[in-house]
Design a protein around this ligand. Structure first.
Ligand code: RM4
Ligand code: NI
Length: 289
């Protein structure tokens, strides 16, 4: 494979650290390497992108990080519209640890990210500014271009949404995921370790995040949800305490009663008694569904 794209052919100046090559559309393009790196952001359409021998069907919201020694090509394109953000790391002058920001490929796989819709819109705005700035060659524009590139890299980091790497989900979304799992788990035990494993999240980091935002641990939160549900059922249903316990995630109704007493100061039946005298019509059926 001999095609190597040269900096001179793509960068308008030899000090410019970054430039934007719009592809409206991106035609089929043979396998090649570069003497620069690129970030590819796909805006619309679709096509086959072969990156270091691995094929990806690319479409709107896909982002690829291409290192200079990577090899890639485009094929079977249909109205594929993308921007190539070309950059030369050695020309950057801000003291940024780029390795922390721009993901490097691993031995097994190149890096493909998916951006959330919001991330895509934000990236669009920055790329438009960057594209304008890269046409100028004065020192301030060059610095501004680098700053905009930094902004873009940060936006990508923050708004990545990758089903195969949910640890990269924005923190708010990790929290949403956990909250809804907990809410859906009122009637059964919740296995946080299993949940984290299944969603490839770090249990420690997630617990910390949860505490930061709610002031509780996930298990404390779940326990409170279960107790609220139990109070509601005790008040509105005339079922056995053991049935209510089961409905609230407790296999053992003695244990349920012990927890209930500890949390409310009353046993479940005493708690229910408080409402018996009040307006509830007699003989309310036990319907728990
Ligand atoms: C091509 C194609 C290549 C890119 C060059 C700059 O059309 O997108 O991947 O390296 O442009
Ligand atoms: Ni390329």
């Amino acid at each position: 494979m001999s095609l190597i794209l040269q900096r001179e052919d793509y960068f308008p100046g030899d000090t410019l650290p970054v430039t934007v090559a719009e592809r409206l559309p991106q035609p089929s393009f043979p396998a090649h390497r570069h003497t620069f790196s690129e970030i590819v952001i796909v805006w619309r359409g679709n096509g086959l992108h072969v990156h270091n021998d691995r094929p990806w069907l690319v479409t709107c919201g896909d982002v690829f990080f291409i290192q200079d020694d990577d090899c890639h090509s485009y094929d079977s394109v249909h109205d594929l519209v993308l921007d190539n953000i070309l950059y030369c790391r050695d020309r950057f002058s801000l003291g940024i640890d780029w390795a922390q920001l721009i993901p490097a490929r691993t031995a097994e796989s190149p890096v493909c990210w998916r951006l959330t819709t919001r991330g895509l819109a934000l990236a669009r705005g920055v790329v438009t500014q960057l594209e304008r700035e890269c046409r100028k060659n004065d020192p301030l524009s060059i610095q501004l271009a680098e700053a905009l590139f930094l902004q873009l890299a940060l936006i990508l980091r923050r708004h990545v949404y990758a089903a195969d790497r949910p640890w990269a989900l924005p923190e708010g979304e990790q929290l949403d995921l956990l909250m809804s799992a907990l809410q859906g788990s009122i009637d059964r035990p919740f296995d946080l370790a299993g949940f984290c494993q299944q969603n490839q999240l770090s249990e420690r980091a997630l617990k910390q995040l949860f505490r930061q935002h709610t002031g509780m641990t996930p298990s404390h939160y779940l326990r409170q949800l279960q107790l609220c549900q139990a109070k509601y059922l005790l008040r509105t249903r005339e079922c056995l305490i053991s049935e209510i316990a089961a409905r609230c995630g407790f296999d053992d109704s003695n244990y349920f009663s012990a927890v209930f007493v500890r949390e409310t100061g009353l046993s479940p039946s005493a708690w229910r008694q408080q409402f018996i005298a009040s307006a509830r019509p007699a003989g309310l059926p036990c319907r728990l569904t």
